[in-house]
Design a protein around this ligand. Structure first.
Ligand code: 4G3
Length: 248
C-alpha cells in the first residue's frame, strides 16, 4: 500500500517510524510519503491560509495548495487513490472502516489545521473521518491513528490469527489476559487458565468477553452479529449479572 500524507507539519509523523509500522515499511508492505502543501504555493511568503469570507476569527486553509498537492500525489496511481480528510465533522472511525481502508492501493490523507479549511477541499475527499467527538489542534494525530489501525490489518504485518482475534473483529471487547506470577497483589489467576483444558479455556474467554461487553459497552452488543453459541452465553451472562444486581 502507498500512503501519502498532505500536512503542514511533516515533522510530527514520528509514530510511524517505530515498531510494527516501521517493520511493515521495511518489508515494503507500506510506503509512506509526506507532502507539504507549502511546497505548492507560488508567493514569496508561501501562504497556505487566508481570512474567512463573511468575517469572524481565525484563518482558513486555502484550496489551491492542497489541490496541487493532491494532484501531485495522485500521479502514477491510475485513478486508484482514495482521499481521506480528517476532521471532527467526519464519520466516526471504527474497525470496519479500518478493514475497508486496508484493501486500498493508495491512501491520501489531508490534515486540516487552524479553524478549518475551505469547504471546497472536502469536495476533493472520498471520505471525511473523525476519530472521536473531540477537537484537536490538527489532523496529524488522527491521521497517525488511522494509519496504525489500517496498516496492521494488511496481510503480512502481524500474524493473521492475531488480527482475526482482535477485539471488535467479532464486535466484542477482548477477554482478560494473565501472565506470571500466579498470585499478584492478592489476586489469583483464574484456575481454568492453569487447567490445560483448551476447550474450557476457550469457553471461559468467550464468556468473559461477552460479560465485559455487556457491562462496559452494551451499545456494541446491539449491533453485534452473534453466533447461536454466543447468544446462549449472553443469556447465561445476563441472568448471572441480574442475580448480582439483585444481591446488591
Ligand atoms: C478540520 C480531526 C481539521 C476542521 C481534526 C479541525 C479532531 C479530529 C481540524 C477542524 C481535528 C477528529 C483539525 N480535531 N476528531 N482538528 O478526528 O475544525
Amino acid at each position: 500500500m502507498i500512503i501519502s500524507i498532505i500536512t503542514l507539519f511533516p515533522e510530527v509523523f514520528t509514530y510511524l517510524d517505530f515498531s510494527i509500522i516501521q517493520r511493515a515499511r521495511n518489508k515494503g508492505i507500506a510506503e509512506i510519503n509526506l507532502v507539504n502543501p507549502r511546497d505548492f504555493t507560488g508567493d514569496k511568503h508561501r501562504t497556505v491560509d487566508d481570512m474567512p469570507y463573511g468575517g469572524g476569527r481565525g484563518m482558513v486553509l486555502k484550496p489551491e495548495p492542497i489541490y496541487k498537492a493532491i494532484n501531485h500525489v495522485k500521479q502514477d496511481e491510475r485513478g486508484e487513490s482514495f482521499v481521506i480528510l480528517t476532521s471532527p465533522q467526519g464519520i466516526l472511525f471504527d474497525q470496519s472502516i479500518a478493514r475497508e481502508l486496508s484493501l486500498k492501493k493508495h491512501l491520501v490523507f489531508l490534515c486540516g489545521h487552524y479553524e478549518g479549511f475551505d469547504e471546497r477541499i472536502s469536495n476533493a475527499a472520498d471520505m471525511e473521518i473523525s476519530i472521536g467527538d473531540y477537537v484537536l489542534t490538527g489532523g496529524e494525530l488522527p491521521t497517525q491513528v488511522i494509519i496504525d489501525a489500517v496498516v496492521r490489518l494488511i496481510p503480512g504485518v502481524i500474524e493473521q490469527e492475531s488480527a482475526e482475534k482482535d477485539s471488535f473483529s467479532n464486535s466484542l471487547l477482548d477477554y482478560p489476559h494473565y501472565t506470571r506470577p500466579q498470585e499478584f497483589e492478592g489476586t489469583k489467576v483464574p484456575d481454568v487458565l492453569l487447567s490445560g483444558h483448551h476447550a474450557k479455556i476457550e469457553e471461559w474467554r468467550k464468556k468473559e468477553a461477552i460479560k465485559r461487553t455487556l457491562v462496559r459497552r452494551p451499545d456494541l452488543l446491539e449491533k453485534a452479529h452473534l453466533t447461536e453459541e454466543e447468544k446462549k452465553i449472553l443469556e447465561e451472562v445476563l441472568i448471572e449479572e441480574m442475580r448480582i444486581m439483585e444481591d446488591g
